[in-house]
Design a protein around this ligand. Structure first.
Ligand SMILES: [Zn+2]
Length: 200
């Protein structure tokens, strides 16, 4: 359906298709809708994207999105910095926040260990987590990686990496169906899993 469109439009369709859940049809619809808003509308989106690219970077402590050295969670003095919830990606962190109950801090690994996809532990922010715990002041690390093979492997690796340190390592257990990605769990299931966490 995008045949005959100018090359620049096709490039934009290709970029949008890299987003989750966006196929060629949806991407083309987005682009055509944007074009209808005129050059001003397209430029506003372009400026917004450029601003995000220029200003947003990983938080120096937890790896979440930040526009300063620390993200909003790490910089918030009302959050409990002695509890750290370890997640695979930033979308998982957003899911945890939706519960509205967790008041601790976070650590984003940037993925899960996967032999299939060539993701080795050194490509994840596990070293940063160990360094963070080694600095002291952290009493519990909740390893909230996904309940699939890669998430379980990662959780065990994280536990082993923290073994020599004086910290409680737990994992949300109850209620997370095997094979589930944290990102797609509803808040109630996630809240139950968090409350029912056990020693890993
Ligand atoms: Zn942070």
């Amino acid at each position: 359906m995008s045949a005959g469109l100018p090359a620049a439009v096709l490039t934009l369709v290709t970029e949008l298709r890299k987003l989750p859940g966006v196929g060629e049809k949806t991407a083309t619809r987005y682009v055509l809708s944007l074009m209808q808003r005129g050059a001003e509308g397209v430029e506003a989106l372009g400026r917004s994207l450029a601003e995000v690219a220029a200003q947003v970077r990983p938080c120096a402590r937890c790896g979440f999105l930040a526009d300063a050295e620390l993200c909003g969670f790490c910089a918030d003095p009302s959050r409990d910095a002695s509890v750290v919830c370890v997640v695979e990606g930033i979308a998982d962190l957003v899911s945890f926040e939706k519960i509205g109950e967790y008041r601790g801090s976070y650590h984003v690994l940037g993925g899960a260990i996967s032999a299939l996809r060539g993701i080795t532990p050194d490509r994840l922010r596990i070293g940063e987590l160990v360094a963070r715990v080694a600095q002291g002041g952290i009493r519990e690390v909740i390893v909230a990686t996904s309940a699939d093979a890669e998430g379980e492997t990662t959780a065990l690796y994280v536990r082993k990496a923290l073994e020599a340190l004086d910290v409680r390592v737990t994992r949300p257990a109850t209620g997370i169906p095997m094979g589930s990605s944290i990102e797609f769990l509803d808040a109630v299931t996630l809240m139950r899993a968090l409350r029912g966490r056990r020693e890993l």
